[in-house]
Structure formats: structure tokens, C-alpha cells
Write a protein that binds this ligand. Structure first.
Ligand SMILES: Nc1ncnc2c1ncn2[C@@H]1O[C@H](COP(=O)(O)OP(=O)(O)OP(=O)(O)O)[C@@H](O)[C@H]1O
Ligand SMILES: [Mg+2]
Length: 478
């Protein structure tokens, strides 16, 4: 064994995160850790890595360890190369050898297939790019044990394939790997063993060949009949219209519309410009030309307040940066955009707001010790549920969801889809930006596919992944 953890227990105030967990890793295997949001996976990783001291139990490790944590740990202002060699830059005659650092960085980036200049500041990369830098950094340590806590949550299929290939290579070299993911199809491709956690306890270890149904049953204690329960409604008037939207160097002449009661998906590869377009439409970033309309009225450019007043809502892809106030409570975060609606005779209706927040937390099954718990203490997936809950409570006429189910477990995904159905049944319009092809196909009434900052085409809901991909890789004449 490379690693043997026995009887691990760990509590935080009000929460027993781990309770008597046994877990081990052999050389040359991929041991998947599976469980719902808040089951204790990241806590176990932190105990294995020595970040948390366990309350009970022991961890024995033979061999060096590298960990890719769920939360990114890069320094945004530093360059890619500086981040890769943080604290251990190559030196020559005692001084940092910058040329060598750039070369070594390039080689590492090639290995993970990330085509960026090593001198680029990390903050200029998208989240997927940042994740690939984290992965490259962990690989550069050449550890005998590698722990990956949801590395694929922010990656698209192509990047995920690459990572799974690298993991298989490492396994063949005798490295022991621990892999956490909510994408059950990935598990079938690499797992040798699957240990399932539920409420901080290990409920069993399955062979890597286990079926998805079996995994779900052990993980959530019930079966899920319908993974994409889209309920179509008769489309009404056009509620959201983007026309000719252009920003030089980012997106060009983007037009699409969404009717009341519709879910329109936006698919595309990383860098296709999907997030840039929705951020611009919502007023977070400017654009050069084009128009954005909500229910026939033009929304002013680069003005988030005006967009919210016009009835637009955006669940951003970067939940930590833009979606949450981490040091505030669950209740306050859920209430952030509903404050206005909860004002009665000029006073904030605290009680009403609290009741609505409690109802939403319950619908989404947010796992917290209470509504008063700080959001930063929640598990990654539960933080994501709070961001979505906040906007669902605000109930805008047009809701734009950018990668809404990233890091969310299979059961909670279905709850989110049900709430999307509820919104469209009530005549709202939903834009669903997603890199999860089965999701965008399964939950959209129409799918707009973007490539290289342009709309490459539109497909009906329920189309095939091949058809989406064919448009997503389309080239445009210069
Ligand atoms: N620092 C902390 N303070 C208080 N509670 C914590 C802290 N860290 C984790 N918890 C709690 O421990 C439980 C397990 O969280 P953990 O992050 O391990 O879940 P997870 O299985 O990784 O979930 P996810 O799939 O959402 O990432 C949760 O209830 C979480 O709120
Ligand atoms: Mg986690």
C-alpha cells in the first residue's frame, strides 16, 4: 500500500464531516472517491494531505504526495511559469534562471495540452486554463501518489480526455491516484476501485466496472429515473434578444433570442466566447456594437444594475469571484438579490426573506449546519447551490445560467433542473450555457452552438452530441 488511512474522524462545529472512514491506495491504481455534495470527500483529501489533523484515526503514507485541491490555489497576478515553479524556481549560480523556467514551463504545458505563453498572468486565463496549470504543477512534482479533487469540473470533454489519458499513463508507471468527480461516465473509464462516502461514512467499495445505476444507488440511497426531466411549455413572446453583439477580439455578430417558457442552450468549446457574450449582455463587461433587449426594451450597455432592473439575472461560471460573499451566511447570500422584493413599506422584511431562503435551501438540499453558517465553510457543490438558489429566488424574467451544475452531484442536478422547469412553466426565459453536452441537449428546447466567438448554428433540443460537436469545431474564413 502507498497509503493507508484507518478510522478517520473529523468534526467541525456542528458538523461531523468524517466518521470512522477507512481508505487506502495501492501503487498503480486509480481509487475513485464518490459521494454527494457535502459527503466528506474534500475533508478526507485534506486529512490525507495533512491540511487537517483528524480527530480520530491514523494515516500512513509511503511515498511522496501531490494534491490538486478542489479550490484553485494559484496566485492570479503571477505568470503561468512563476505559478508552476512557485517556491522552487530553477536557479543558476544562485539566481533564478528565467530562460530555463520558461522552457521547463513550456514542456509542462505541452504535456497537458495547454497552448499559452508561460509569461501570461494566470488571471488572464479562463477557469479551465487555470485548472490545467494546477494539473501541470502537480505533475511536475513527480509524486508517487497523486490526489485529484474534482479536476474535471471546469474542463470540457477534450481537456478531460487528455487528463484521463495522463492519469492512465501515470497508473501504468506505478503511481497511485485518488480521483474525485461528479461525472459518473469518467469513473467508468479510469477507476480500479470506487469508495462511496455518504454523510461522512464509507458505505462501500465497488469495482471499477460498476454500473452508473449501482454507483448512484450507493451514493444517494435511491435510484434516479430521469436524469434530464425537461418539461416543455408552449413558447410565448420573445423575452430576451441579443442582436449583432460584437466585441473586437472576443465575439462577433452574435444574435439569438429566447421566448417566454423556453430554455435555450448555448454550447461550444472552451474559448468559443460563450461566457464573454453572456457577461457582456448582463453588463459586467462592455461590447462595441449590437443590442440586448428584455421584453422588447433595450438594456443599456455595461450597466449591471440596469440589467437587473430590466429583469435579467446571471449565475456566473466563477462562483467564488462573482457569485458569493464567502464570509457571509447562507441566508444572507440567498437574499442578496431579493432584498428589493423583500422591502415592505421601506423596511426590509427580514422574516419573509428568511422563510424564502429556508424554502430554497430545502428545495436544493443545501447541506449546512444552518442558514447562519458561513458560505466559505460549505462544500464546493453546496456553495454552487447557494449561487443558483439566490437567482432562482430573485425570479428574474430572463435567467442566464453559466455552467450551473459544475461540481453539483447527480441528485442535486435533478433538483436544479426541476426548478428550471418551474421557471419556464411560470413564463420565464432561461439561457443555459453548459459544457456538459448531455445536459445542454437534454434540458434545452433549442441549442445555439458557438465557435470562435460566432454563432455557428442552431439545433433542436434532443439533438445528438455529434451534431453539436460538428458545429463547435467549425472554422470561419478570416
Ligand atoms: N472549515 C469548515 N468548517 C465547517 N464545516 C466544514 C468545513 N469544511 C467542511 N465542512 C463541512 O464538512 C462537510 C463535508 O464537506 P466536504 O467539503 O468534505 O464535502 P465534499 O464531499 O467534498 O462535497 P462536494 O462534492 O460539494 O465538494 C460539509 O457539511 C461541510 O459544510
Ligand atoms: Mg469537495
Amino acid at each position: 500500500m502507498l497509503l493507508e488511512a484507518r478510522n478517520i474522524g473529523k468534526s467541525f462545529t456542528g458538523v461531523r464531516a468524517l466518521d470512522g472512514v477507512d481508505f487506502d491506495v495501492r501503487p498503480g491504481e486509480v481509487h475513485v472517491l464518490l459521494g454527494e455534495n457535502g459527503a466528506g470527500k474534500s475533508t478526507l483529501v485534506k486529512v490525507l494531505a495533512g491540511v487537517h489533523a483528524p480527530d480520530t484515526g491514523t494515516v500512513e503514507r509511503r511515498g511522496s504526495l501531490a494534491v490538486i485541491h478542489q479550490e484553485l490555489t494559484l496566485v492570479p497576478q503571477l505568470s503561468v511559469a512563476e505559478n508552476l515553479f512557485l517556491g522552487r524556481p530553477p536557479r543558476r549560480f544562485g539566481i533564478v534562471d528565467k530562460a530555463r523556467m520558461r522552457e521547463d514551463a513550456k514542456a509542462l504545458l505541452d504535456r497537458v495540452g495547454l497552448d499559452v505563453d508561460p509569461t501570461t498572468p494566470v488571471q488572464d486565463l479562463g477557469i479551465a486554463g487555470q485548472q490545467m496549470v494546477e494539473i501541470a504543477r502537480a505533475l511536475s512534482l513527480n509524486a508517487q501518489l497523486l490526489v485529484l479533487d474534482e479536476p474535471t469540473a471546469v474542463l470540457t470533454d477534450t481537456e478531460t480526455d487528455r487528463l484521463l489519458d495522463i492519469m492512465s499513463e501515470l497508473r501504468a508507471q506505478g503511481v497511485g491516484l485518488v480521483f474525485i468527480t461528479h461525472h459518473l461516465d469518467e469513473i467508468r473509464r479510469v477507476a480500479d476501485r470506487i469508495t462511496v462516502l455518504r454523510d461522512g461514512r464509507s458505505v462501500g467499495t465497488l469495482p471499477g466496472t460498476a454500473t452508473v445505476e449501482h454507483m448512484i444507488e450507493l451514493m444517494v440511497g435511491r435510484t434516479i429515473d430521469e436524469q434530464y426531466p425537461r418539461r416543455r411549455t408552449e413558447p410565448g413572446e420573445v423575452l430576451f434578444k441579443v442582436e449583432g453583439l460584437t466585441r473586437r477580439g472576443a465575439f462577433h455578430d452574435v444574435s439569438f433570442h429566447v421566448r417566454a417558457g423556453e430554455v435555450v442552450g448555448v454550447a461550444g468549446l472552451v474559448g468559443a466566447g460563450r461566457t464573454e457574450v453572456v457577461r457582456a449582455a448582463f453588463g459586467v463587461d462592455p461590447y462595441d456594437s449590437g443590442t440586448v433587449e428584455v421584453a422588447g426594451r433595450q438594456v443599456p450597455r455595461h450597466d449591471v444594475q440596469a440589467a437587473v432592473r430590466a429583469g435579467l439575472g446571471l449565475v456566473p461560471e466563477d462562483r467564488k469571484g462573482q457569485g458569493l460573499v464567502l464570509t457571509s451566511t447562507v441566508a444572507d447570500n440567498l437574499g442578496l438579490v431579493t432584498m428589493k422584493a423583500s422591502t415592505r413599506a421601506g423596511l426590509v422584511d427580514r422574516r419573509g426573506q428568511r422563510e424564502r431562503a429556508a424554502g430554497m435551501a430545502k428545495s436544493l438540499r443545501v447541506k449546512a449546519s444552518g442558514l447562519g453558517q458561513q458560505v466559505r465553510e460549505l462544500s464546493g457543490g453546496n456553495q454552487q447551490k447557494v449561487v443558483i438558489g439566490k437567482w432562482l429566488l430573485a425570479d428574474p424574467r430572463v435567467l442566464v445560467l453559466d455552467e450551473p451544475t459544475r461540481g453539483v452531484d447527480v441528485g442535486a442536478k435533478v433538483e436544479i433542473y426541476e426548478l428550471v422547469n418551474r421557471m419556464t412553466a411560470a413564463g420565464r426565459a432561461v439561457v443555459l450555457v453548459s459544457s456538459d453536452l448531455p445536459e445542454v441537449i437534454g434540458m434545452s428546447d433549442r441549442v445555439v452552438v458557438m465557435a470562435h466567438g460566432r454563432v455557428a448554428g442552431e439545433l433542436p433540443g434532443g439533438t445528438t452530441q455529434d451534431k453539436v460537436m460538428a458545429l463547435a469545431v467549425q472554422e470561419f474564413p478570416a
